[in-house]
Design a protein around this ligand. Structure first.
Ligand SMILES: *[C@@H]1O[C@H](CO)[C@@H](O)[C@H](O)[C@H]1NC(C)=O
Ligand SMILES: *[C@@H]1O[C@H](CO)[C@@H](O)[C@H](O)[C@H]1NC(C)=O
Ligand SMILES: *[C@@H]1O[C@H](CO)[C@@H](O)[C@H](O)[C@H]1NC(C)=O
Ligand SMILES: *[C@@H]1O[C@H](CO)[C@@H](O)[C@H](O)[C@H]1NC(C)=O
Ligand SMILES: *[C@@H]1O[C@H](CO)[C@@H](O)[C@H](O)[C@H]1NC(C)=O
Length: 340
């Protein structure tokens, strides 16, 4: 009797184990088939107005180390907020990269609050003043199309969903305590490399209208920093910065150049020079690395003790480990799958 009971218990246990095993097998296979959190509806993801947004308008899927660092550092500084990386390459490709030849793509998609989304401009620009411009334009005849399409996308995304837009060469170091803001490159000159707004802010609607009205693809930045500066002048009468204070007008903050541009574009090479410890960045929220100035292709070199290497170590340690430290870093990463 006892034997029979033991026997039937064992059988039940065996079935239970089998079922559990099947279930685990299936769920892990579910993960292995769709390893990347990329098929997200931007509406659902960003509708709380607190997202951090990056945009890649080229077709490339494997981000270079600096781009990877920008996204990882934002994910660390804003752990409770979604970090959305819109990639053009995800819209057209049916085949997703799914192996070790895409270490940066894999790294980013494994971060809990990072979401890789297809950049579908037609859909994103719908219901904005940019839509009619977009469907009429022949992209292949526009100089600077990669920049212009990025300028347009960021305005529409932040207008629709709210949140903070950042260029992919901006390393986040501490949270931005502002809701509606533009970042100054210098007194009276705004950038469009970082800005943040609550959803449906009329300033951005005005920017989109002005974009179309004064569209000129032959002038670099005409739809970017020049547009933001033009609009700021329409909205506000701003003087020069005094000391380290930000300026305010209506419900808009115009943030001091120290917040994002403590090293000006003329001095961009300082990021690639040996770290000068006097640079503390205590008055900055994030650092813009001026990648478009970097025509000579400077990179982060392991062991060089440059400012940029130290920034990577501190603000994007996974990127540093996997993409800069190289094979040893990759091996430790493979051994430890617990990065979810
Ligand atoms: C992006 O994808 C959408 C739907 O998946 C498609 O309708 C659209 O044509 C695509 N756009 C580009 C530029 O590939
Ligand atoms: C990774 O994927 C790419 C593109 O699908 C392929 O060309 C490459 O051979 C793959 N590499 C490995 C190691 O599987
Ligand atoms: C866009 O411009 C290119 C280059 O001038 C031309 O070959 C192409 O036919 C144009 N496309 C459309 C849809 O007009
Ligand atoms: C900001 O100010 C503008 C202009 O005064 C106003 O139209 C808009 O509703 C304000 N937005 C918020 C979110 O307070
Ligand atoms: C920057 O802040 C740190 C920590 O608060 C402090 O120890 C350091 O002295 C500050 N540096 C400067 C130059 O103000």
């Amino acid at each position: 009797m006892l034997k029979e009971l033991q026997f039937s218990l064992s059988i039940t246990l065996l079935f239970a184990c089998g079922f559990l095993y099947q279930f685990l097998l299936r769920s892990s296979c579910f993960f292995c088939l769709t390893p990347f959190k990329f098929q997200q509806d931007p509406e659902a993801l960003l509708s709380h107005g607190r997202g951090i947004v990056f945009v890649e308008t080229s077709e490339r899927l494997e981000p270079p180390p600096l781009v990877c660092c920008a996204v990882e550092s934002a994910a660390r500084v804003y752990p409770e907020q979604p970090v959305a990386f819109f990639m053009k390459g995800l819209n057209s490709s049916t085949q997703l990269p799914s192996n070790s030849s895409y270490p940066a793509f894999s790294l980013l998609s494994a971060l809990d609050n990072v979401f890789l989304l297809p950049l579908d401009m037609k859909k994103l620009l719908e219901d904005t003043p940019l839509y009619s411009w977009y469907i009429r334009i022949n992209a292949s005849t526009q100089a600077y199309w990669l920049h212009i399409s990025s300028d347009a996308s960021r305005l529409a995304i932040i207008w629709k969903y709210g949140g903070v837009y950042m260029d992919t060469d901006v390393i986040s170091i501490r949270p931005i305590p502002e809701e509606n803001f533009l970042a100054a490159q210098s007194s009276r000159y705004s950038s469009n490399g970082v800005f943040g707004f609550l959803p449906h802010h009329p300033f951005l609607w005005g920017c989109m209208e002005n974009f179309v009205e004064h569209y000129n693809s032959r002038i670099w930045g005409n739809q970017g920093p020049i547009l933001m500066t033009r609009m700021l002048r329409l909205w506000c009468k701003l003087g020069d910065f005094q000391g380290l204070s930000d300026l305010r007008c209506l419900n808009l903050s115009f943030l001091h150049p120290q917040r994002f541009y403590p090293i000006s574009f003329r001095e961009w090479r300082r990021y690639y020079e040996v770290w000068d410890r006097d640079l503390s960045f205590n008055d900055s929220y994030a650092l813009h690395l001026w990648n478009y100035m970097n025509k000579e292709g400077r990179t982060v070199v392991r062991g060089s003790n440059t400012l940029v290497e130290n920034l990577f170590r501190e603000y994007c340690p996974r990127t540093y480990r996997d993409l800069i430290q190289g094979p040893e870093g990759l091996v430790t990463r493979k051994l430890g799958p617990g990065n979810k």
